[in-house]
Design a protein around this ligand. Structure first.
Ligand SMILES: [Zn+2]
Length: 168
């Protein structure tokens, strides 16, 4: 070590270590996208990472707050409105959100819209909410659509159908 670098080290201010999250975007989805793409949540399925990449490259930001409920085999059938079987990672959404769109929710991540429902309309949204999302969750605690699985004012954003394989 030369005298010069030693002097530089001694003169360096004693700062706390840099916070790896300090320079991340403020917007909730852009913040999670940055963390997902740098590997914070690995292992993450490839299509989920791709959705975050598309969201980042398009500058997708939180569009509003959603009402989020859950449904399960005990409360509902096994076939979605699009004809596919219910499965992890899917949801019903109000009809203003196109079938097979991708909805990002701050507390659930990406869900594919494959279903509809009589409860899943904007008419059941209050508190300034602009989307109604019903997440498939087989381990329901009971009383789907209004029970303890219900969340109000969840930040959300939507990507159009096909975004899981969109080229940028
Ligand atoms: Zn249920």
């Amino acid at each position: 070590m030369t005298a010069l670098t030693l002097a530089a080290l001694l003169a360096a201010p004693l700062t706390p270590p840099a916070d790896a999250n300090a320079c991340l975007p403020v917007d909730a989805i852009q913040r999670v996208a940055a963390k997902a793409l740098r590997g914070d949540y690995d292992p993450v399925p490839g299509y989920i990472k791709h959705l975050y990449l598309v969201a980042q490259q398009r500058g997708l930001t939180v569009q509003g707050v959603a009402r989020l409920t859950t449904y399960c085999p005990r409360c509902s059938g096994m076939t979605c409105a699009d004809g596919s079987r219910v499965r992890d990672g899917i949801c019903a959404a109000n009809p203003q959100i196109a079938m097979h769109s991708w909805v990002w929710l701050e507390c659930s991540g990406w869900l594919k819209v494959c279903d509809r429902g009589g409860w899943v309309t904007l008419g059941y949204c209050r508190y300034g909410q602009t989307a109604n999302v019903d997440e498939w969750l087989p381990g329901c605690v009971g009383d789907c659509w209004r029970g303890p699985g219900t969340r109000e004012r969840v930040p959300y954003a939507v990507l159009p159908p096909g975004s899981e394989k969109a080229r940028n």
